[in-house]
Design a protein around this ligand. Sequence first.
Ligand code: AMP
Length: 419
Amino acid sequence: MDKIKTIKGTHDILPEFSHNWQNLEKTIHDSAKLFGYKEIRTPIIEQAKLFNRGIGEGTDIVSKEMYSWLDRDEKAIALRPEMTASVVRSFIQHNLGSQTPLQRLYYMGPSFRRERPQKGRQRQFHQFGVEAIGSNNPEQDAEVIILAWEILSKSGINNLELKLSSIGSDDCRNKYKNALIKFLEPHKNKLTDVSRERLKHNPLRILDTKNEEEINILKAAPIIGDFYTNEDREHFENLQKYLNAVSIPFTLDPLLVRGLDYYTQTTFEIISNDIGAQDALLGGGRYNGLIRSLGGKDTPAVGFAAGMERILLATNNNENSGRKIQTIYIVCVEQDVLNSVQKIARELRALNFMVLTETLRRSMKAQMREANKCNADIAIIIGEQEKNDKTVQVKNLNDGSQQTIEQKNIFEHFKSLTL
Ligand code: AMP
């Protein structure tokens, strides 16, 4: 019979990797909490129109990559391709804005996009992100970026680079769009088909191009900074001042145009040079237009989304990632003291040791081999002699040293090691 396998672009997270995931999840929960952000969990399936409207029908994410279908009641349903639209839907649906003038939210979970799979790009991937809804001020943008930086640094990624830009307010962007169209029209024949199409609907996306000839043409293109309103300029300068104050390095990248339609002013991306072509770990920005466009009150907001697989790719090479818990293997060949083994294991787990006990009733030699295979730090050994003396042997498997401890003193002995 055929063996059933995972669908293309989706992956199992196998037991040997799941602790890396747990460490990353813990870093995210802990850091978000320190910044006063609360977790929000939304469904994986939503009405497709949420993303059509919230992300934009003209974007690749919606037009080419979204998993959507007509459900049995003929309603269009989609697997979420990202989570900002869902969080905003929830914010509006539950009227969260009426509870406090500022909601600091974070989320974590799988998202789905039917992209061409490659290293760092999957069809089911995991994102975490934050959304700060309610403040229009640059200190809010700074807080979100500092939190992003904090989580990535704490995850143990070395080569982090923050790219920062502002795409201005609607007014600025409309003027810039017109200037860009005017500049690109004479070069139209040299543009790729995709860019020619974008010139009609979303000329800013052309700045994203990876095509050499287009990059060359764009070198002489008008610059968005020349179109900022006074408020845009002040907002952007203040944000940079705040980031300088906490010594977070950044480079200004005027070509940084996020793929989604609802961004205003600040945009940013954090990349790592350690993970190959798909180097974007995290992207975000201000999206003052989104909440109103989804039927809520006009409310300013700023946030980011990060790819967890990519973060783990960048931390995998790093030996220091993750906290080491000491592992103890209790080696016991005496069946009539297995009750004591359970008691010892329970006490030691309460001290935060990882404790493995033998449940296959193998020989002493086989159990010792197993202890080494599991990379245990310590073996507690109970043989016939120890059973009779009511002692145990505590063997340090890293340096080979060994000592005899009375069974009644085991808890105190290990407690003193943790102090
Ligand atoms: P976006 O929602 O497109 O701004 O993506 C935010 C982050 O999610 C990116 O910086 C990536 O780290 C991650 N990401 C987006 N698409 C994928 C994918 N198909 N596979 C893995 N990670 C992804």
